[in-house]
Design a protein around this ligand. Structure first.
Ligand code: NAP
Length: 234
């Protein structure tokens, strides 16, 4: 097993890409700690996976410091937690764009500062392909993703021998779009799938597999890997 005896923390582990990562790490023999805000949902996931649940909010310095005090030294950490609020550049509320940076960028920053990762272990950040393939009405998400990808490279240097990488997903079918009207959501996913060389959108496991590869490959650091079904070549 790839991760036998390793201790892993998934911040954002109760849903989507984080949940897939926690499940896959568990199957590969890891001891898994999952963290997110909604305690009820987190406890359900932890019980199902036989993982440990520690609630935390990435937008709070103290909450993240407390999480990693409770975890102690660990082998691998992944941050998938984020809540994105975006809109047309000229009119989107400043509170919305600030809160996007607060969770997606500063959240990862806080985790990187607080986590005590053993030498040779790894931190994986999750950005998103809008960093290099922007689209209208998402400038703040592009900017946050680009900043995260730069942060991963900078931390690969500064936190060595801890390894730091980022995976940059394309469109992945997760609960992140739960607030969209169902028909519009399905329509968007179908159109995206039809345009991609792989003929489908991603699932959480597609990204989890890359995250586990970063954990297991001791030569991987400072890498940004785009897993997007070919979105960058169309
Ligand atoms: N899905 C995609 O198409 C896609 C594409 C590119 C990039 N990404 C990125 O991939 C990451 C994961 O996305 P996903 O699709 O897996 O989303 P998701 O299914 O909505 O899961 C997000 C997870 O993060 C937790 N979370 C949100 N805000 C948090 C906070 N402030 N503190 C702690 N935990 C928090 C959520 O639980 P609680 O709400 O209970 O806290 C949940 O466990 C995000 O950074 C997203 O931007 C996703």
């Amino acid at each position: 097993m790839l991760l036998a005896g390793k201790k892993i923390v998934v911040v954002g582990g109760s849903s989507g890409i984080g949940l897939s990562t926690a499940e896959m790490a568990k199957r590969e023999g890891a001891d898994v700690i999952v963290s997110s805000r909604n305690v009820e949902r987190l406890d359900k996931v932890a019980e199902k996976l036989n993982a440990i649940a520690i609630p935390a909010d990435v937008t709070s310095d103290e909450s993240i410091a407390k999480l990693f005090r409770a975890c102690g030294p660990v082998d691998h950490v992944v941050v998938t937690a984020a809540q994105l609020r975006t809109g047309p550049f000229k009119t989107v509320a400043m509170d919305d764009v600030r809160s996007t940076m607060e969770s997606k960028f500063w959240g990862a920053w806080r985790v990187a500062r607080s986590a005590e990762i053993r030498p040779g272990g790894s931190l994986t950040l999750v950005s998103g392909f809008l960093s290099v393939r922007p689209r209208p009405n998402s400038a703040i998400v592009s900017a946050a993703n680009g900043a995260l990808e730069s942060l991963a490279k900078a931390l690969a240097l500064e936190l060595a021998p801890v390894r730091v990488n980022a995976v940059s997903p394309g469109v992945i079918d997760t609960p992140i779009r739960a607030a969209m009207p169902e028909e519009a959501r399905r329509d968007m996913l179908a159109k995206t799938a039809a345009a991609l060389p792989v003929g489908r959108v991603g699932i959480g496991d597609d990204i989890a597999r890359q995250i586990l590869s970063f954990m297991a490959n001791g030569f991987a650091t400072g890498s940004i890997v785009y897993i997007d079904g070919g979105a960058l070549v169309i």
